[in-house]
Design a binder for this molecule. Structure first.
Ligand SMILES: C[C@H](O)[C@H](O)[C@H]1CNC2=NC(N)=NC(=O)C2=N1
Length: 96
C-alpha cells in the first residue's frame, strides 16, 4: 500500500475520462444494454481480486459507476490510479 498522493500527483496520473471527487477517483461507464454493464462489473471485480484492491461498483440500468480510494491509506494512492488504468486497458481490449 503506497502513500497518499499529492493533488499534483493525482492530477498528473488520473486517466482521461476519470474525475477526482475528494478522496476518490470516479468514472461512470455507459452501456447499450443492462447486461453489458453487469458483465463489465464482473470484469472490474476480477481485476480488483487480482490486484487485491477493491472499488465501489454501482450497477445502474445502462451505466456502471466505479469509485476508487485506498481505505487503509486514507486517500488516493498509486494503487487507485493503477486500477483505473487496468480497467481502461481491459475495457479497450474487450471492445476491440
Ligand atoms: C485488509 C484490507 O481490506 C486489504 O488489505 C485490502 C483489500 N482491498 C482494498 N481495497 C481498497 N480500495 N482499499 C484498501 O485499503 C484495501 N485493502
Amino acid at each position: 500500500m503506497g502513500d497518499v498522493l499529492s493533488d499534483d500527483e493525482i492530477d498528473a496520473g488520473l486517466p482521461e475520462e476519470w474525475a477526482r471527487e475528494g478522496d476518490e477517483i470516479v468514472r461512470t461507464y455507459e452501456f447499450e444494454e443492462y447486461l453489458q454493464g453487469v458483465n463489465f462489473a464482473q470484469m472490474v471485480g476480477e481485476i480488483a481480486e487480482a490486484q487485491f484492491h477493491h472499488p465501489e461498483i454501482v450497477i445502474g440500468y445502462k451505466d456502471v459507476e466505479i469509485r476508487l480510494t485506498s481505505h487503509e491509506a486514507g486517500g488516493i494512492t498509486d494503487q487507485d490510479l493503477e486500477m483505473a488504468e487496468l480497467i481502461e486497458t481491459e475495457r479497450r481490449e474487450r471492445e476491440g
